[in-house]
Write a new protein. Sequence first.
Length: 428
Amino acid sequence: MAVFNADDLPTWLSYLESLHSVAIDMGLGRVTQVRDQMRLQPRFPVLTIGGTNGKGSVCAMLTQILVIAGYKVGTYTSPHLLHYNERIAINGQPVADDEIVASFRAIESARGSTSLSYFEFGTLAAMHQFIAQDVDVAIMEVGLGGRLDAVNIFEPTVAAVVSVGIDHQSYLGDTREKIALEKAGIYRSGLPALCADPQPPQTLLDVAAEIGADLGLIGRDFGYQMQIEGQQWSWWHRNGLRRHALPLPALRGQYQLNNACLALAVLDACHTQLPVTLGDIKRGLLEVEWPARFQVLPGRPTVVLDVAHNPHAALVLKSCLDSMSFHPKTHAVLGMMQDKDMVGVVRILADRVDCWYLAAPDLSRATPAGTLAKIILQIDPQAQIQTYDAVADAYQSACKSALEADRILVFGSFFTVAEVMVARGQAK
């Protein structure tokens, strides 16, 4: 069998996209086999972060705090917005093309006839880089589910589930209880297992109890309280530890306090291996960046970028919009994937949108703008809708229509937000 070889990252990514017959292939057998062939056994702490929404924000906070504390931090997240390299970062900086290519070559050489998916290749490449670059800690974001996600082949020091919502039903199940079974698959016997969902499904609790994980729940075992008219907050833990006078996270939205609270619980669970100071935490919360998570851009009209693409995220987005100052009109640029609950998302946000600008992102599984228009009209027959051939065109039209005091909301998919970022010249 000929081993694929190329010098540039785009060629490799095209190869990986065509390599495996199924884009999402749940199961750990194949990727575990290649992991063992490559002897990818990390000797540093691994912090595994799962959940439906909020995973990336928690990873970003952990990364920033640990980098400020002086650690060399490897962070693996997905999907990316503009460049594949965003997925594999050292100290918050994307790894270079040639380094990723070197990891892909090593995986290709080791796998033999074993087929790997795009995501499995990326997960192995991330850990290959972290080991090669001798990081002090790896922060690993679960891609889909948990139990059968490729990230789960690496034993966690701490495992955390941020939230449990309805998404990826064809793979994970159509109820929170079924989905929680998959999310809880990252928990391990005797090890810290955290959950920041304020109403965790019973199935998650059952899994943790059955395997004997050290379960910590927000509101019961750790939590937060607001202080000084909402400008500061304090964190508490069942072990008696308290952290006071914490600044609000730089990431906008009240829900980010939940994410920050979980990040601190993760740090507490591995404090003997990765001690941090209160000063590290405060600076980390103030300096953390994570694009397109209720990101409000400077200028007028106000532009909000958010990758919300399921009902759980749409509810959070709605709450964030309501917390903003008054805007006469909201112009929404929307593009979604065909496998998402479009009806659920639109129903939640329909009464917050005055004008819709619809377009399909440039990929095969995007929903045609006309289909989105029909869904919106079923929910709101009086909706003002315009459809476009490209997301950039929809965004430009929204900019022309919006008055200075209005706001433009871009949401529905990572791909939608990314195409607007490119149109705005934010791609680097």
